[in-house]
Ligand binder design. Structure first.
Ligand SMILES: [Zn+2]
Length: 89
């Protein structure tokens, strides 16, 4: 298991309530990959699908804006942007 201490997170430390809220937002990011096949719009700070820089979840979440990064607003944020490939064993 990889441990990500507050030093890694640029000093961010979370209460249990904030950690739960941020985990829910991060889960939404992962569901965007699994259910909508979205990609990472790197550097687009308003997008939920922009990866979290250095595990600093608070700073990441603070910049998110559905209004400024709607679904379909870029190639990466368009459902089906990623195609999964499966090979038969
Ligand atoms: Zn991702």
């Amino acid at each position: 298991m990889m441990r990500c201490g507050k030093k890694t997170r640029e000093g961010e430390q979370y209460s249990s309530e904030e950690a739960a809220r941020l985990a829910g937002i991060a889960a939404s990011h992962e569901l965007g990959h699994q259910l909508l096949h979205l990609l990472h719009p790197f550097g687009q700070k308003h997008c939920l699908m922009n990866p979290v820089p250095m595990f600093a979840y608070r700073a990441w979440a603070k910049q998110l804006s559905a209004k400024d990064c709607a679904l379909g607003s870029s190639k990466e944020m368009t459902p089906g942007a990623h195609r999964f490939h499966y090979e038969q064993p």
